[in-house]
Design a protein around this ligand. Structure first.
Ligand code: RB5
Length: 147
């Protein structure tokens, strides 16, 4: 799978670990940065970069990491067609794939160990979208006037 990855300084270390594991499984990863945890950077920069790559179809999925996963998730979700979810457990990852067709996984670099993050990522990679009643709900996410 072609996957874009990004992080701010708070997510740098975990992003490096997740990217390394994704590549070892054979995934093609575009790493948009950041490149260090020593320089404070703005999480929306990286959230928007990955959001654009997913929204344009250049990559199938994205992985984003900041301190909590929250701010970088908000940034990615500004892009139409992006369904980013901050996941704290494998259950979050399973349900957001099955029900929300989540295409951007967000992780908290200051909250999760590498093994916890990878357990979440594996479930997110392997779980299919259920479709059915969820198709219409997911389509409504991008509607201007869904009511
Ligand atoms: C950076 O200190 C921190 O605010 C950021 O990584 C993230 O947690 C924001 O949501």
């Amino acid at each position: 799978m072609k996957i874009a990855a990004g992080a701010d300084h708070g997510g740098f270390a975990l992003k490096q670990a997740v990217v390394r594991r994704l590549r070892s499984l054979g995934h093609e990863v575009i790493d948009v940065g950041t490149e260090s945890e020593d320089v404070s950077v703005d999480y929306p920069v990286y959230g928007h970069k990955v959001g654009e790559l997913v929204a344009s179809g250049e990559v199938e999925r994205g992985v984003l990491v900041c301190g909590t996963g929250i701010g970088i998730c908000m940034s990615a979700n500004r892009h139409k067609g992006v369904r980013a979810a901050d996941c704290f457990t494998p259950y979050h990852a399973e349900i957001t794939r099955r029900h929300n067709d989540c295409n951007v996984l967000c992780l908290g670099g200051r909250l999760l160990s590498e093994d916890e993050a990878w357990a979440i990522t594996e479930v997110w990679l392997e779980t299919p979208f259920e479709g059915g009643r969820h198709e219409q709900r997911v389509a409504l996410l991008d509607e201007e006037d869904p009511a």
